[in-house]
Write a protein that binds this ligand. Structure first.
Ligand code: DLL
Length: 426
């Protein structure tokens, strides 16, 4: 179902003209209201919103980086007076100060709208019981899904993350049909179901809406099998709005439709900053088109993906982004071989004897980096370590140390899984 058929099926021409109008408006507000941005835009030769003749002129605007938010922490990039800000969230980054983001009442309206679209895209309809196990609090997951689900008319169960045994009890007793959580936490719930002896026939789960961390098709298969639902991918980041920047449709489940009337997307070469074409992999960059409190011009996400402009069977005309392979910062460089954790996940989850829980430890015991992969076996097998070592080397070129831990040995997540622990000095 389309939540907003008019805006989700605009022709490219209509969309481009709407985007240009909104971009000019956003740029005008930045120039007028955010001194730091005005200085930077002026330095790049942009004096007024009228300097943008077409969307191609977006390339004239400077990028915004996460460090800009840190430097002007907490409110320095806000474009409205403090009394218009009705909500604060913060990014989940663990290093240093968090990234603080703010919303006006209007911003919360847009966010609810894109989340209602996201849920409708996943096949969720009015009246369904939605079990929301994303964390509530400064993290955008819990409240973002909550608002969209209420707007759509779901019966929201705001359970938040954690306390897995309670999750199972509530899921069964309240008949949750839609599960919202990180993919790693969904597996945690699945494991608890198993431990509690609660069979899938006792649940009413139909669909799961998972995101907030990279995950693979192999992980999708494992979750669908273990929870008896259809899993869709949702993407977003606090700096742009939170969840709801893009999401998969249940019909195709082949790339996430970007909500292009609110967020303008580009993919760039992370080194040169050049804009790349459809199908070319690079760093996602978003510009907000309707945000009031904290508009963002060309925000560099650090996330690696590519864009698909071919038509989708669901009828939406918005372009789609491929699954995020990982964050540039999370790339592992092991003895000259560059790989993302998701590439290791893909190989591990193809090994039937391995449970879908893993963690990687990077260390430098001598002169060379060493990668240890921790995983758990479903059944005891003496040759499993060797088998995984071989499979990883074949598929990724990485030579790693494999350690099989007893069931439960790999730390479980309640939100975003910590996939990589970097113990390298410095
Ligand atoms: O994770 C927002 C969100 C909540 C998205 C719930 C989806 C569901 P942040 O905490 O600011 O916001 O983290 C944003 O998480 O830049 C990506 O690196 C990563 N990320 C989010 N969704 C996906 C996804 C929320 N579907 C950062 N696939 C982003 C891969 C994702 N990575």
């Amino acid at each position: 179902m389309l939540w907003n058929p008019d805006l989700e099926t605009l022709s490219r021409e209509q969309l481009t003209s709407l985007q240009l109008e909104r971009l000019r408006h956003t740029l005008g507000r930045q120039l007028e209201r955010v001194p730091v941005m005005r200085e930077r835009l002026n330095a790049a030769g942009v004096q007024s919103a009228e300097d943008l003749a077409s969307l191609d002129d977006l390339r004239r605007l400077p990028f915004t980086h996460k460090t800009d938010l840190r430097e002007h922490y907490p409110f320095g990039l806000f474009a409205v007076p403090r009394h218009e800000v009705v909500r604060i969230h913060a990014s989940s980054g663990t290093r240093g100060k968090p990234t603080v983001v703010g919303y006006t009442r209007g911003d919360l309206g847009v966010w609810s709208e894109v989340m209602a679209r996201t849920l409708a895209m996943a096949g969720v309809t009015r009246g369904m019981a939605l079990h929301n196990a994303y964390g509530y609090g400064l993290f955008t997951g819990g409240l973002g899904f909550h608002m969209g689900a209420e707007l759509l008319g779901c019966m929201v169960v705001p359970i938040s993350g954690g306390l897995s045994q309670r999750q199972v009890l509530i899921l069964e007793d309240l008949g949750g049909q839609v599960l919202c959580s990180t993919p790693s936490y969904a597996l945690n719930i699945a494991q608890t179901l198993d431990e509690q002896g609660v069979g899938l026939e006792r649940l009413k789960l139909e669909v799961g809406i998972f995101g907030a961390e990279p995950w693979t098709e192999q992980m999708r298969d494992a979750i669908e099998r273990q929870l008896g639902l259809k899993a869709v991918n949702v993407y977003g980041l606090s700096e742009i709005v939170g969840p709801g920047v893009s999401a998969e449709c249940i019909e195709a489940r082949n790339g996430a439709h970007v909500q292009e009337d609110h967020f303008l997307v580009e993919v760039i070469d992370p080194v040169t900053g050049d804009v790349l074409g459809p199908g070319q992999e690079g760093e996602l960059v978003f510009t907000t088109l309707t945000k009031e409190a904290l508009p963002m011009l060309r925000y560099r996400t650090g996330d690696i993906s590519s864009l698909d402009v071919t038509p989708c069977s669901c009828g939406r005309t918005t372009l789609r982004m491929a699954r995020v392979r990982g964050r540039i910062d999370d790339m592992l460089i092991i003895r000259g071989v560059n790989r993302y954790p998701s590439e290791v996940e893909r190989v591990l989850l193809r090994v039937p004897e391995v449970a879908p829980h893993y963690q990687m430890i990077v260390d430098r015991p001598g002169a060379m980096d060493e990668l240890t992969v921790l995983c758990e076996a479903k059944t005891t097998s003496s040759s499993l370590e060797r088998h995984i070592h071989h499979a990883l080397r074949e598929a990724t070129g990485l030579s790693v140390v494999v350690r099989i831990l007893p069931p439960g040995g790999v730390p479980r997540s309640e939100g975003k899984a910590v996939r990589v622990i970097d113990k390298r000095p410095g």
